[in-house]
Design a protein. Structure first.
Length: 590
């Protein structure tokens, strides 16, 4: 079998996930035929194995066709990325194709704004649907014809029960429902009513079309489900041409059948809907390919909410600045925060595909982000809390120092940074009375300064209140080869300040929407964004919106795509340098 398209960098390391709220440790995998301690790839997931078996047996025809079918009623989030990578990844791995389809059967909540954002996000993640871009709305006439055919064959009927009456008739899973008094009306009468529903003769909600299946089924979704409802809503594609719209459970299998989808991959909440999916497919004749639905566990990420309804609530109540707020789990928010798409793909590969619900630690996503940015982000220096430094032996100083752009990538080259007798260092890198094992600057002690040799503290300046205002140092070149244990960063004293937004997790608890007694908004983190200033080296003033960099010893940042201007960047912190996931994984592996 072909190697999975996305080969993540974490394979073979220790994992920590949560299953039903309890932590479980995933042990390392070793090659038992080798004397060396080498990690090997984890077992293939069940969907890959299923598709591979279908391809070998020729069960589903050729080629493999999958689809990603979002409803255009909100912006995509990190949870959707898992489905996107699975749908497109499986199609690519098996030489097939993946369709992008807008499931736009509820125009009351849908718009072209969401359609365009979805297309942008899927492309940004690195996927291409080619010519296979579809709308459900393009199938409305064909769906109507299928519904008429069901009525003619006695498989569907027009019902006049109110919603409240239907709740009573439908029953509960442990008790059979009652048949609607309209269930056995003649097909000709239902056909006439259905045509008049389409013509707009009846008020919204007064009539609906139901499938005639089994009112005694233990699966409540098979108890004569609604196929069409009357809803006068303007559709962004069809305008006011329709006032009846198909239900998702009816439209989705038809769309898959019309497009020749072989593998319809859905999240677990659709498992109980699968018998209805199969029932709809079974009503169609002369299908060259019979779509098959398979379910997998959705992504649940700690310190995050994944409900589009709740994310919309955050936007509407102005708890965030918009769908693309860098604290949001939306793909446009992650993009604005500076998260590389390849990091999200690697993350989706690492979390795997399972049949059980679990909570994934957001620290794993942060690890994947660091792993990519460490290799690709150029290094720059920025000082957040400046302390002035005056160098005594100014005549010995070079005018510039040479600094590598990325030690992980020799091809990234180097840059020149102005150097002189006045510098700024982080205030936290100096202590007048340090504790034991303090390896930064203090009176009489030396430290290496990044790319520029060594400093030894010779004096301290304070104001009238005794507050520290600056220090005096002597400089020594790198060739002095002094034995020191600490390295600090710096910027020239005339460095310009820029705005820096320090983003943190949006919520203070792991599962903010798992507390029934509280509103999820009660767990919003008041410190999820802090505005600060940073004094930066000249190269940071030249970045373009969207450019990612590492502030050495501080974190990874991106020039904000909306608020940065030429020569005046605004930086969003993407992620800190500290990798709690890697440390936890190393501990588990031991």
């Amino acid at each position: 079998m072909a190697e999975p398209f996305f080969a993540g960098s974490l394979r073979g390391r220790g994992y920590k996930w949560r299953l039903f709220g309890r932590p479980i440790a995933h042990v390392r995998l070793f090659n038992m035929n080798s004397s060396e301690d080498k990690p090997v790839s984890p077992p293939s997931h069940f969907i890959r194995e299923m598709i591979a078996a279908d391809v070998r047996a020729g069960n589903q025809g050729s080629p493999v066709v999958t689809r990603f079918p979002p409803e255009p009623n909100g912006y995509l989030h990190i949870g959707h990325a898992k489905a996107i990578c699975l749908d497109f990844g499986m199609a690519r791995e098996f030489g097939g194709r993946c369709h992008l389809r807008m499931d736009d059967t509820n125009p009351a909540k849908e718009s072209m704004e969401y359609v365009e954002s979805i297309k942008t996000d899927v492309r940004w993640l690195g996927w291409d649907w080619g010519e296979h871009f579809y709308f459900s709305a393009h199938y409305f006439e064909r769906m109507y014809d299928v519904a008429c055919g069901l009525i003619r064959r006695g498989k569907a009927y027009v019902c006049e029960l109110t919603q409240e009456q239907w709740k009573e008739y439908r029953g509960v899973p442990t008790r059979p429902g009652k048949e609607s008094p309209f269930r056995n009306r003649p097909p000709a009468e239902s056909l006439d009513l259905f045509a008049r529903m389409r013509a707009g003769e009846f008020p919204d909600g007064s009539l609906c079309l139901r499938a005639k299946i089994d009112m005694a089924s233990p699966n409540i979704h098979l108890r004569d489900p609604v196929l069409y409802r009357i809803m006068r809503e303007h559709h962004y594609l069809t305008g006011d041409a329709w006032c009846i719209y198909p239900m998702y459970d009816f439209a989705h299998p038809l769309e898959d059948a019309f497009e020749g989808v072989t593998h319809s991959l859905c999240t677990l909440e659709f498992e109980v809907h699968r018998p209805l999916y199969d029932w709809v497919i079974d009503q169609l004749e002369d299908l060259p390919v019979r779509p098959r639905q398979t379910e997998f566990a959705r992504l649940n990420l700690s310190y995050t909410v994944m409900s589009k309804r709740k994310l919309l609530e955050l936007v509407q109540t102005k708890r965030v600045s918009g769908w693309d707020d860098p604290r949001m789990p939306t793909l446009c928010g992650l993009r604005r925060r500076g998260v590389p798409p390849e990091a999200i793909r690697a993350f989706c590969d690492e979390i795997g595909i399972t049949k059980y619900n679990s909570l994934t630690d957001v620290a794993l996503l942060e690890h994947c982000i660091r792993d990519v940015l460490n290799k690709t982000a150029p290094r720059r220096m920025a000082v957040m809390d400046p302390l002035p430094v005056t160098i005594e032996n100014a005549n010995d100083l070079p005018s510039f120092v040479e600094a590598v752009n990325n030690p992980e990538d020799p091809s990234a080259g180097s840059r020149r940074i102005p150097f002189g007798p006045a510098l700024l260092i982080e205030r936290g890198d100096f202590m007048e009375t340090p504790p034991p094992k303090y390896f930064r600057l203090s009176p009489g002690k030396s430290v290496r300064i990044r790319y520029a040799g060594f400093l030894a503290c010779t004096g301290v300046q304070k104001d009238a209140n005794g507050a520290l205002t600056g220090i005096t140092c002597r400089w020594a070149p790198s060739e002095a080869n002094l034995k020191v244990k600490g390295t600090i960063h710096w910027v020239p004293a005339d460095a310009r300040p820029v705005e820096v937004r320090l983003y943190d997790r949006l919520f203070t608890v792991e599962e903010p929407d798992a507390h029934e007694e509280k509103d999820f908004k009660d767990f919003l983190n008041p410190d999820s964004m802090k505005i600060a200033s940073a004094f930066v080296e000249p190269a940071l003033l030249e970045v373009q919106p969207g450019d990612r960099v590492q502030f050495e010893r501080v974190g990874y940042f991106v020039a904000d795509s909306e608020d940065s201007k030429t020569g005046v960047p605004v930086f969003n912190r993407t992620v800190t340098l500290k990798d709690t996931w890697a440390k936890a994984s190393a501990g588990d592996a031991r």
